[in-house]
Design a protein around this ligand. Structure first.
Ligand SMILES: Cc1cc2nc3c(=O)[nH]c(=O)nc-3n(C[C@H](O)[C@H](O)[C@H](O)COP(=O)(O)O)c2cc1C
Length: 153
């Protein structure tokens, strides 16, 4: 349950498909989900804000990095994710950990979850879809009325 905002950017479109799956999962659990580009966000009045970016030339997209630094994200609950090859196994991948840690440290919000996904266009697409839907279900099932410990999946 709850209200979730998903903020993302993409160049090639694979992150958009991943977000559709995350939204599908969260909707299944009864959450209200809005999806916006960083410059299209008009309100931060949500229980959770999920923020995702692909990796290009070893860095997350600038629009998303800038969004994370917004002062009004302060005290907001944030879920972070990156999209890049190997993302499905990302938490075992040092580079992916590095990308996520960089975003977490840049964020003014309270990061309660962080993970990675592989490009939706990859050979892992089918596994990826399931993982993304489950992630959306997890987001919608988080306890919103109390501070949550950080969790990496
Ligand atoms: C020019 C270019 C540079 C890239 N650089 C990286 C990189 O440094 N590290 C990485 O893990 N993936 C890299 N990738 C892979 C992208 O992160 C991956 O294709 C991602 O799914 C793109 O997301 P999008 O389609 O939503 O833009 C790169 C892809 C391109 C085309």
């Amino acid at each position: 349950m709850g209200r979730i905002l998903i903020v993302f950017d993409t160049r090639g479109g694979s992150t958009r498909e991943i977000i559709q799956w995350i939204k599908e999962g969260a909707n299944k659990k009864g959450a209200h989900v809005d999806v916006r580009a960083p410059d299209g966000v008009t309100s931060l009045d949500y229980d959770l804000i999920a923020i995702g970016t692909p990796i290009y030339n070893d860095i997350p997209m600038k629009s998303v990095r800038d969004f994370l630094r917004r002062g009004d994200l302060n005290n907001k609950k944030i879920a972070l994710f990156v999209v890049c090859p190997g993302g499905v196994f990302g938490m075992r991948n040092l580079m992916v950990r590095k990308y996520l840690e960089g975003l977490r440290h840049a964020s003014t919000g309270v990061v309660v979850k962080q993970t990675s996904f592989d490009s939706a266009l990859s050979p892992w697409r089918k596994i990826n879809r399931k993982i993304c839907i489950e992630f959306g279900q997890d987001l919608a099932s988080m306890p919103y009325n109390q501070p949550a410990a950080i969790e990496s999946v």
